[in-house]
Design a binder for this molecule. Structure first.
Ligand SMILES: [Zn+2]
Ligand SMILES: [Zn+2]
Length: 130
């Protein structure tokens, strides 16, 4: 039987979540906002209908950074790990970094978003955007 969900959490373990499949997408986001918010070359997101993502531990330590108007990035107040993205641009969706999961989700990354904003210093990709 295929798994019906995947669990994950922040670096320190205070925040734990479960995301139920099916996901809507998994994609690498190269937008400047994600890169800066996560201090990363890019962020690989798994998108879910919000009702399918449940915080199972540490709800009280979650904090919110509004990275632009209508866009919220939730993070662990103990260790700072960014966990949940939601935006009026994608109503009803919660995006979760694939790296926050312990195991695989129901699909592999499908592509690259905002490639035109990618970091100039990004090394060549094994599978460049097609
Ligand atoms: Zn934490
Ligand atoms: Zn982004």
């Amino acid at each position: 039987m295929k798994p019906e969900s995947a669990t994950g959490g922040c670096h320190c373990g205070a925040v734990r979540f479960v995301a139920r499949f099916p996901s809507r997408f998994v994609a690498h986001c190269h937008c400047e906002s994600c890169r800066r918010a996560h201090s990363a070359a890019f962020v690989t997101w798994a998108g879910f209908p919000s009702a399918q993502v449940e915080v199972t531990e540490g709800r009280d330590v979650l904090m919110v950074h509004e990275s632009s108007q209508g866009t919220s990035r939730m993070f662990c107040g103990e260790c700072g790990t960014k966990l949940f993205f939601s935006s009026e641009r994608w109503p009803g969706e919660t995006h979760v970094p694939l790296a926050a999961f312990e195991g695989p989700v129901d699909r592999v990354p499908q592509g690259h978003a905002f490639w035109d904003e990618h970091a100039a210093w990004l090394p060549p990709l094994a599978a460049p955007p097609g």
